[in-house]
Design a protein around this ligand. Structure first.
Ligand SMILES: Nc1nc2c(ncn2[C@@H]2O[C@H](COP(=O)(O)OP(=O)(O)OP(=O)(O)O)[C@@H](O)[C@H]2O)c(=O)[nH]1
Ligand SMILES: [Mg+2]
Length: 422
């Protein structure tokens, strides 16, 4: 199975909670606070690995979770940080936000790395909250909770050269002769159902070529299989357009040439502007005289200077490779795909929303609340006082009053609910 798009779930580790602890020893009964901070959660990291060719592995495993940071300990000990989850993907993987479908990263080269989600921060231990006026804080901060997210992995082709043409014209045969690929070859249409990639050695250089399923009339709008794979060809640097000059299937070579180009153009302007090398295949099926006549006609009608190929006996293949290399040398590698969303991992710590549930009940939620609540222990007076102050400071009380809050009404904030007093 060829898998070139898959949706997966990722989650960074939560931060560990800060500890509440007080120093004790035989000699010291009431030592100061010594609760350590919680550890940071692990990150979600994508790494491109040239040893992986497909997204196939993701059809079995679709959820990747980094480990949480551990809680802080007494004696100022910080909790251990969570471990990152490393997700290895093939070179040429584009990562999109599953909600907006915007590109968040393009991992083209081996070793390219992208931290998609950062682990949650650990909570502060009670030691952190010690002040000259508050010598013994009995509260700590909980670790930051990180929500799971979904991303789409899309595999774009990293081929330098794309072989296109009608079915059965000999694309896979050519690929098998010039590269290390071993594609299926047979005398019927749509032998190739998924693109094959092969490395072509040329002098002391090499480049990557791919064939795609044969194109037919209407391919640009979905006929046949080619349409689905045309997007792979959009990023190649040169197209080798194969035309069966023997016309052994009853079609006309000149028409074939224009039809395929038409489909490429209809699919996208970008595709039709990729430099093209035209190669005429199956020349061995014609007599010399027939061949000369057909080639002459082809050249006149198309204004092209095609390469004559008989892949099975390697005729024309060296000339083709050299021509491909000449074009590749002049054509820069495509720029990485533009990242459209730079703040995929930005967490909202500022917004809040006030909802009126009924005449005497209000609820407040949002990123600001999630963050603020981490430092609150209801049973602790100082902690609760801090919470009430924060509600005023951030304008939450004003907003509640605007919505009609009166003394004695109930305010619900996460799992806390209290009666409002002035
Ligand atoms: N006589 C002759 N036959 C060839 C040549 N190249 C390929 N063939 C034959 O043409 C048939 C189709 O070849 P493929 O390489 O599978 O063609 P394709 O373009 O990849 O076909 P699809 O994958 O179906 O689109 C096979 O039977 C090949 O042996 C050639 O140069 N001369
Ligand atoms: Mg094929």
């Amino acid at each position: 199975m060829f898998l070139d798009r898959v949706k997966i779930t990722i989650k960074a580790g939560n931060g560990g909670n800060g500890a509440v602890s007080f120093y004790r020893s035989k000699l010291t009964m009431n030592g100061g606070p010594d609760g350590g901070d919680g550890g940071k959660g692990g990150n979600v990291v994508f790494v491109a690995n040239e040893g992986i060719n497909t997204l196939y592995g993701f059809s079995f495993k679709k959820k990747f979770v980094a480990t949480n940071g551990l809680k802080g300990e007494k004696q100022h000990k910080k909790g251990a940080d969570g471990k990152d989850v490393i997700i290895e993907v093939p070179c040429g993987t584009v990562i999109l936000d599953a909600v907006t479908e915007k590109v968040i990263a393009d991992l083209t080269n081996n070793g390219d790395k992208f931290i998609a989600l950062k682990g949650g921060n650990g909570g502060h231990g009670n030691e952190y909250y010690k002040t000259p006026t508050r010598q013994a804080p009995r509260f700590s901060q909980t670790g930051e909770i990180v929500k799971e997210r979904q991303v789409i992995l899309e595999l774009k082709s990293i081929a330098d050269v794309g072989l296109v043409g009608y079915p059965n014209v000999g694309k896979s045969t050519l690929l098998s002769v010039i590269s290390n690929a071993n594609p299926k070859i047979a005398n019927y249409h749509f032998t190739t159902i998924y693109p094959n990639l092969g490395v072509v050695a040329y002098k002391d250089k090499s480049f990557v070529a791919c064939d795609i399923p044969g194109l037919i009339d209407g391919a640009s709008t979905g006929a046949g299989l080619g349409h689905y794979f045309l997007k792979h060809v959009e990023r190649v640097r040169v197209i080798v357009h194969l035309v069966d000059i023997s016309e052994c299937e009853g079609r006309n070579a000149v028409e074939d040439y224009f039809n395929i180009n038409n489909e490429l153009k209809k699919y996208s302007e970008k595709l039709s502007s990729v430099p093209q090398i035209v190669a005429l295949t199956k020349i061995d099926l014609l007599s010399e005289e027939q061949l000369n006549e057909k080639v002459k006609l082809f050249e006149e009608k198309t204004n092209q200077k095609p390469i004559l190929l008989c892949s099975i006996i390697h005729k024309g293949t060296e000339e083709l490779k050299s021509k491909i290399w000449q074009v590749l040398e002049k054509t820069p590698k495509p720029a990485p795909i533009n990242v459209e969303l730079n703040n995929f991992d930005v967490r909202d710590k500022q917004s809040f929303e006030v909802k009126k549930i009924d005449n005497q009940t209000y609820e407040v939620c949002g990123g600001l609340i999630d963050n603020m609540i981490r430092g609150v222990v209801l049973s602790d007076e100082t902690s609760f006082a801090y919470f009430q102050n924060a509600l005023k400071k951030f304008g939450i009380i004003d907003k509640l009053k605007e919505k009609g809050l009166n003394v004695g009404d109930t305010v619900i904030i996460k799992d806390i609910s209290f009666e409002y007093e002035e």
